[in-house]
Design a binder for this molecule. Structure first.
Ligand code: C2E
Ligand code: MG
Ligand code: MG
Ligand code: MG
Length: 293
């Protein structure tokens, strides 16, 4: 838009002044530099688990920005800036590329096989050439589309600027990528859209998990969503599971996948590998320990 170009224009020609005036603009120009440098951005991964057995059911890629001066900045603080200042396409494609490279690497290690889920911003769907980027990644990294899942927030899917998202999603799903609705239950949605959109999974927002099992309303909502999803052939991931009682509620309610601090925080790759490469081979580890003793 003219407005956005105007902003870029003034940023380019009057950086010092703008940055003094507006710390957010300083952050935008830092982010632009970070995208060029590459080494301040990193993907963490948070595991998803079968609530009863703890078995791995998926990994979600979550971006982190280690700002050289301000320390770790959370995506909630810079993704909206990237969107507003025309950096989201580039940031989004960095994430897709990085997550695919990581999944390809894990295919050659003893990491358990699982889908890596990537968060996709509205702007990547509206503007970008997401399909061809993904197709390119599959080819270059020798991945199957089932190995890369796409998470779209409910608000993206219902965004009026998006028009009818159905066809875009049909294309992505036609290519074989699993699709999930993120933060399910927080938008101003009618349930009717679930019927129209070709998705495989809903991620139940942590707002509904937080007060389990005490909140009668949340307990009812969670059970209803699980029943509805089952009836529609969708799977459900419960987000934000932090406690044993929440976990137990979800086991009893028949939820097959959970994500949250109870099982694991989002972790840098090295920590994730340390955890899963060891847990995947308990016998080997025991044998080595016995040899050592
Ligand atoms: P999200 O996709 O719904 O991701 C889940 C968020 O909940 C993550 O926050 C995660 O760290 C946090 N979380 C996980 N388990 C728990 C828990 O048990 N308790 C609590 N209180 N929080 C938990 P994070 O990493 O700060 O990301 C925030 C949001 O930023 C994400 O929400 C997603 O919408 C967006 N985001 C993150 N990475 C990316 C990315 O690579 N691309 C895009 N477009 N958006 C991203
Ligand atoms: Mg996960
Ligand atoms: Mg997500
Ligand atoms: Mg979410």
């Amino acid at each position: 838009s003219a407005k956005r170009q105007g902003r870029n224009h003034s940023l380019r020609f009057r950086p010092a002044l703008d940055q003094q005036d507006n710390p957010q603009l300083a952050l935008v120009s830092d982010l632009r530099a970070a995208l060029v440098a590459g080494d301040q951005l990193e993907l963490f991964y948070q595991s998803q688990h079968h609530p009863a057995t703890g078995a791995l059911t998926g990994m979600e890629a979550l971006i982190r920005w280690r700002h050289p001066r301000d320390g770790m900045i959370s995506p909630g603080d810079f993704i909206p800036l990237a969107e507003r200042h025309g950096l989201m396409a580039e940031l989004g494609s960095w994430v897709v590329e990085k997550a695919c490279a990581q999944q390809a690497h894990w295919q050659n290690t003893a990491m358990p096989d699982t889908t890596v889920w990537v968060n996709i911003s509205a702007l990547q769907l509206f503007q970008g050439d997401l399909e061809s980027q993904l197709a390119g990644c599959l080819k270059r990294y020798h991945l199957m589309p089932s190995q890369i899942g796409l998470e779209l927030t409910e608000s993206v899917l219902l965004d009026e600027r998006a028009g009818d998202m159905g066809p875009r999603l049909e294309t992505l799903r036609g290519l074989g990528f699993p699709l999930a609705i993120d933060d399910f239950g927080t938008g101003y949605s009618s349930l009717g859209y679930l019927k129209r959109l070709p998705v495989d999974k809903v991620k139940l927002d942590r707002a509904f998990i937080r007060e389990l099992p005490d909140s009668v309303a949340d307990a009812a909502i969670v059970k209803a969503v699980l029943a509805m999803a089952e009836g529609m052939g969708l799977s459900v991931v419960a987000e934000g599971v932090e406690t044993q009682v929440q976990r137990q509620f979800l086991i009893d309610a028949g939820c097959e996948s959970v994500q949250g601090f109870y099982f694991s925080r989002p972790l840098p790759v090295t920590e994730l590998e340390a955890r899963w490469l060891t847990e995947a081979q308990p016998q080997v580890e025991t044998a080595q320990m016995q040899q050592a003793m």
